[in-house]
Design a binder for this molecule. Structure first.
Ligand code: ADP
Ligand code: MG
Length: 438
């Protein structure tokens, strides 16, 4: 077995939310990154992946546990570890060359040496000839290459890539990924190990020797899958497709309440909490996916990869929709397959009013937050309420951005199910006109 470069034991991190509540974001994370390997990390947004990477890079301190880099406890940013972010804050007034050299300046390296190294890194990443260009003169893909050159110029031992390809269009992202893999394969870069956070299951399977699946609330490693295929890997090959299928299955196992991750399922926790992250799926997509699933060739049951292909939704888009359907009991997720339930069938086959009625009924029983809002509204003679208590409740558990996302999803679902109405301008919640539920 190869030497361990980076080692995390029992790492935990708690953040304080805006209203002062403590929220565990990472718990008991044990992880080894070994010489010569690429590891991919997949997990829901908000599960703590970026925080974990920052801890590994020494940019953020863990509250619990230990991080060792080449056997030594890590205190503060480590020289041998570089991070690539989703989008780079390149300095707009500096040229490509100057932006890349910045990575070295902090080290007090002589100017001539800095220039030489930056030129080499720029050439390595395919931008030779653009040294004098300003960021605004470059495409998004080229700017991201500058960011990667800035990370590589320090000749890092470990490269941590945080959704480095996800802000790019599909083809540009693929090109860049392939180029990085080629550099890695040819020994063109000095890096000994890479950890890649991705949103994209295919990307993870094409790149990594191991795929880790992260659970949320608190974030921890749920399981891993090793990928022993030689690189470059053909995304169309049966081996790759089978692995993608397997990862889908692992990511959706027991996932009817995805917001709470799987710890809750494993420990047999009882009632779902009032506040949970809701899969951000819009109703039109849920309807379209359920219709597609019901029809031939799927006839009610589909593997997620072909469903992704047929629906034109990427995995990152498909998974929340599938999770939402499962949460509402309209479909079931079972080892990477999505299967329509009898209720889901009634829903797709029904006229619009029936759909709305069924949807509303499922929201009341399966989404505690929506049930709670509705019950609170029914206590009011006017059938109206300000959103303040609901917002407060959300902010006890979630940060502002997440709270907004949950509210937005809950409102759009509740509107479709005619459970409640919400006016974003006035912050007023109300029972819908001509209410069918009371
Ligand atoms: P991911 O990268 O998986 O989307 P993050 O690591 O960015 O997740 O965030 C995990 C959780 O920690 C989120 O709820 C986020 O809001 C919260 N969080 C991250 N950084 C901070 C911080 N500095 N202060 C408070 N909360 C934070
Ligand atoms: Mg992140």
């Amino acid at each position: 077995m190869s030497a361990t470069i980076l080692e995390l034991t029992g790492v935990g991190k708690t953040f304080r939310s805006a209203d002062g509540h403590l929220r565990p974001v990472l718990q008991d994370v044990d992880f080894h990154l070994r010489d010569g390997e690429i590891v991919a990390l997949l997990g829901q947004s908000g599960s703590g992946k970026s925080t974990l990477l920052r801890i590994m890079a020494g940019l953020v301190k863990a509250d619990h546990g230990q991080v060792r880099y080449r056997g030594q406890p890590l205190f503060g940013p480590a020289r041998g570890i570089s991070m690539v972010f989703q989008s780079f804050a390149l300095f707009p007034w500096l040229t490509v060359q100057q932006n890349v050299e910045l990575g070295l300046e902090a080290r007090g390296m002589p100017k001539a040496e800095r220039e030489k190294r930056a030129e080499a890194a720029i050439a390595l990443i395919g931008l030779a000839g653009f040294e004098g260009a300003l960021p605004r003169e470059l495409s998004g893909g080229m700017r991201q290459r500058v960011g990667i050159a800035r990370a590589l110029v320090t000749e890092p031992d470990v490269l941590l890539m945080d959704e480095a390809f996800s802000a790019l269009d599909v083809l540009t992202g693929e090109r860049l990924r392939e180029d990085i893999l080629e550099l890695w394969q040819d020994g063109g870069m000095p890096t000994k190990a890479m950890l890649v956070v991705s949103h994209n299951i295919e990307e993870a399977v094409l790149m990594a020797d191991r795929v880790l699946i992260f659970a949320s609330d608190p974030g921890r490693i749920r399981c891993q899958l090793s990928v022993q295929l030689p690189r470059p890997r053909n995304p169309e090959s049966a081996d790759v497709r089978a692995l993608i299928d397997e990862v889908y299955a692992l990511m959706t196992a027991g996932a009817s309440r995805p917001g709470r991750g799987h710890g809750a399922v494993e420990t047999g926790a009882a009632a779902p909490p009032l506040v949970e992250r809701l899969p951000s799926a819009d109703v039109a997509r849920m309807d379209a996916l359920l219709e597609l699933l019901a029809e031939p060739p799927f006839n009610g049951r589909a593997d997620l990869p072909p469903l992704s292909e047929e629906s034109g939704l990427s995995d990152a888009e498909l998974l929340p929709v599938a999770h939402a359907l499962a949460l509402l009991g309209l479909a079931q997720l079972d080892s990477g397959d999505l299967q329509i339930t009898p209720l889901g069938r009634r829903y797709v086959e029904g006229p619009n009013e029936l759909r709305r009625g069924l949807f509303g009924q499922q929201l009341m029983t399966h989404v505690p937050l929506i049930g709670h809002i509705r019950h609170s509204l029914e206590q009011e003679a006017t059938g109206q309420l300000m959103d303040t208590p609901v917002r407060r409740l959300l902010s006890e558990h979630l940060n502002d951005e997440e709270a907004d996302a949950v509210m937005k999803t809950a409102v759009s679902w509740a509107r479709h199910g005619e459970v409640f109405e919400y006016d974003y301008n006035t912050g007023k919640l109300s029972v819908p006109d001509g209410d069918a539920l009371t």
